[in-house]
Ligand binder design. Structure first.
Ligand code: NAD
Length: 314
């Protein structure tokens, strides 16, 4: 008998987790398990969503609990458990607290859902992915980080705003590390309706768009007082959808690099990845400009520093 995919969201009582739950429910991607240390928060989020189904046009099937064993045999586990940054904080400053949380969650994933595809969202993202990989021992195909979809979405929306065009016609990606300093918005391949971005904007305008993209998370955190959740929720859902529907979309995701872009030694950074029902099935490589190559190298160096602290913690 065919089964609906089982998707567990750990941290679902919080903002990003609840947003993932909402979009996955609206798209009816599977049966949802909402896990959170604060079970009331998870139950409240689930109830709110269920009450919206009538006019939202969906009928969510969910369990909300603090009991991690409910993730048993999940096909996908999304980890949003962890503290978010506050105004003025960097994502890297969350490393010691969140490494412990991600370790704890991943021990349970290994125990209860050993075949799951794991999508990590907690920050600092790339180092948390390494923690997840170390704790679970899952192959790289099944340990994937969400950051690039969000950063690329911000990049695209900034381009669309400056040019006053529909965002659907903007094709642009961000790779590298998920930090304000070391994400790498790729200008050399960015296009709008098939036209290179460099033909449409001046170098100064492009520099502004790139800088605003890198500060995208910080800008929102200053405005809201905590980090964003709507766009991150969409980002995770696009990844979940590509996996459960076996769409084979190529999305910027963080994964362990095995020599691609000249980077190895277990480093996790964001690059274009094909997502299928096997998880991160294929890493796509392309030619970077000299400036982009240097920026990616700098991202790798910064990642190593954060990873060192994360691994010392767990
Ligand atoms: P939040 O505080 O609203 O929610 C976090 C939830 O995790 C809380 O409900 C908390 O009870 C729960 N939690 C903590 N430890 C847990 C554990 N061991 N088991 C189960 N649940 C646990 O925070 P948020 O805004 O939802 O952000 C969550 C994380 O996602 C943060 O680390 C944030 O920095 C990160 N984030 C990443 C991206 C990205 O692009 N990768 C984007 C936005 C936020």
């Amino acid at each position: 008998m065919l089964k609906r995919p089982k998707i567990t969201i750990v941290g679902a009582g919080g903002n990003v987790g609840a947003s993932v739950v909402q979009w996955c429910a609206q798209k009816e991607l599977g049966d949802l398990v909402l896990v959170d240390l604060k079970s009331n928060a998870a139950q409240g989020r689930a109830l709110d969503l269920a009450q919206g189904g009538s006019f939202g046009g969906f009928c969510p099937n969910f369990v909300a609990t603090e009991d991690v064993s409910f993730m048993q045999d999940s096909d996908i586990v999304v980890v949003t458990a962890g503290i978010p940054r506050k105004p003025g904080q960097t994502r890297e400053e969350l490393v010691t607290v969140n490494a412990g949380i991600v370790k704890n969650v991943c021990e349970n994933v290994k125990k209860y859902a050993p075949q799951a595809i794991l999508i990590v969202v907690s920050n600092p993202l790339d180092a948390m992915l390494t923690v997840a990989q170390k704790v679970t021992g899952f192959p790289r195909e099944r340990v994937i980080g969400m950051s690039g979809v969000l950063d690329s979405s911000r990049f695209r929306s900034n381009i669309a705003r400056v040019l006053n065009v529909h965002v659907k016609d903007v094709s642009a990606i961000v790779i590298g590390a998920h930090t304000d300093k070391d994400m790498v918005p790729i200008v050399s391949t960015a296009t709008v309706g098939g036209v290179p971005l460099t033909k449409l904007l001046t170098p100064t305008q492009i520099a502004d768009v790139v800088s605003r993209t890198k500060r995208g998370g910080a800008e929102l955190t200053e405005l809201i007082g905590t980090s964003a959740w709507v766009a991150p929720g969409f980002g995770v859902t696009a990844m979940v959808e590509s996996i459960v529907l076996n769409q084979g979309r190529v999305l910027p995701c963080s994964v362990e690099l095995k020599g691609e872009y000249g980077i190895a030694d277990g480093a996790c950074l964001c690059v274009p990845v094909q997502l299928t029902n096997k998880g991160a099935e294929k890493v796509f490589e392309f030619e970077l400009s000299q400036e982009e190559k240097e920026a990616l190298k700098a991202a790798y160096k910064s990642y190593l520093e954060v990873r060192k602290i994360a691994l010392e913690t767990v």
